[in-house]
Design a binder for this molecule. Sequence first.
Ligand code: NAP
Ligand code: HSE
Length: 429
Amino acid sequence: MSSPLTVALLGGGTVGASVAQLISESADDLTARIGRELKLTGIAVRDASKPRPGVDSKLLTEDAAGLAASGADIVIEVIGGIEPAKTLIESAIANGSSIVTANKALLAAHGAHLHKLAEEAGVDLYYEAAVAGAIPLLRPLRESLAGDKVTKILGIVNGTTNFILSKMYNDGADYSVVLKEAQDLGYAEADPTADVEGFDSAAKAAILAGLAFHTNVTSDDVYREGMTKVTADDIAAAKSLGYVIKLLAIAELTDDDKGVIVRVHPAMIPVTHPLASVRDAFNAVFVEADAAGQVMFYGRGAGGAPTASSVVGDVVAAARHRITGSVGPAQSIYADLEVRPIGEAKTSYYLNLKVSDESGVLAAISNEFAKHDVSIQAVRQDGEGDAASLIIRTHEAPESRLRATVEALENMTAVREVLGVMRVEGAGA
Ligand code: NAP
Ligand code: HSE
């Protein structure tokens, strides 16, 4: 058999160590599937003296730049963050290596630049693990659905926040209590900002939107609201109405087909929606396409072994191309759609208003909705006298009109307090 294909691994942490183990444990099968042996030439880490069970210590090096530029057939980047990962990948591409990375932050910020470099150099750039860990999602979007027109993506792409919201729903506990539990269990990091403030989901949403709509979308284009303001009361109210609250990543075509809107925020979805049953740290992505209809992808979005599965799958794809002297499909951004602001997104709102329990109040409130051309779908009064509150669910309307309605309600004397406002998604699924 011909000489092995060489693989350089940048990063030997949670994902890197699992990738090294998977490549070593599955060596014979991978050789048979690829048609050539894979040879791991080195693993770059910050501190080579750290014990790493299951990893061959002879492969460890602190010279990441040297390993990246070694001209290996495939360079795997699982260091994370923007630098030094970006410079290392640029150097690897310049030295003729194909790239496999799990780095969503880098792809969502500099994807177009890296794709251009890879295309010019005639090498592969694969990143299946960057969105939703183990779930085969990017390849189906890029290849299997390439003949269809995707219109909307609705996903739970962050396991940490899904774990927290699932626990809040089940236990009725508040965010701070569940966050501590998530940290103790190793789901949430000591600094949970990237997950709970939606940065992680926004990077993933940008990558998904780019692939689905053939348009360059970056993290900065994504409207983002985290889930730290969701209270136990919000969740109890949602539950009583037959909804669950999830942190959703949403990317959709505008009605005129000329724009895309990409957003991350908490939203209520009906308990009957397929995403409502995605619990704990699992991820799922619901795709709507013209011909295919509704398609859902579900599985583990994080963890060393699940993420390594996607990384090594990409390695196999890149290795097969290496043998045939070909490359996979390049980035497709021909559509070049305009990224539109959240104000144009069509959604519906749930509102919980503490009101004066007097005649004419409901009429005055509904008049405010009518003034903003927002149609009310359902109204329920809970309690009476000083404890009266109105639960209102609107029909779909542009976000800008819904927001203006809420602002107007906040200024009405009959509305003592706006107790809760939440977007409602997925009602049609
Ligand atoms: P991690 O556990 O923190 O591992 C990072 C690795 O990179 C460590 O081995 C670290 O070395 C090494 N490293 C850091 N800076 C370096 C430098 N300047 N030079 C050389 N090596 C350096 O991170 P991870 O969880 O494996 O995540 C890696 C990537 O996978 C990230 O892009 C992440 O977003 C992505 N990802 C992770 C998951 C997951 O579940 N963890 C899931 C999907 C995608 P030391 O070990 O010596 O510190
Ligand atoms: N921190 C991410 C999550 C995993 O909780 O889903 C890596 O993407």
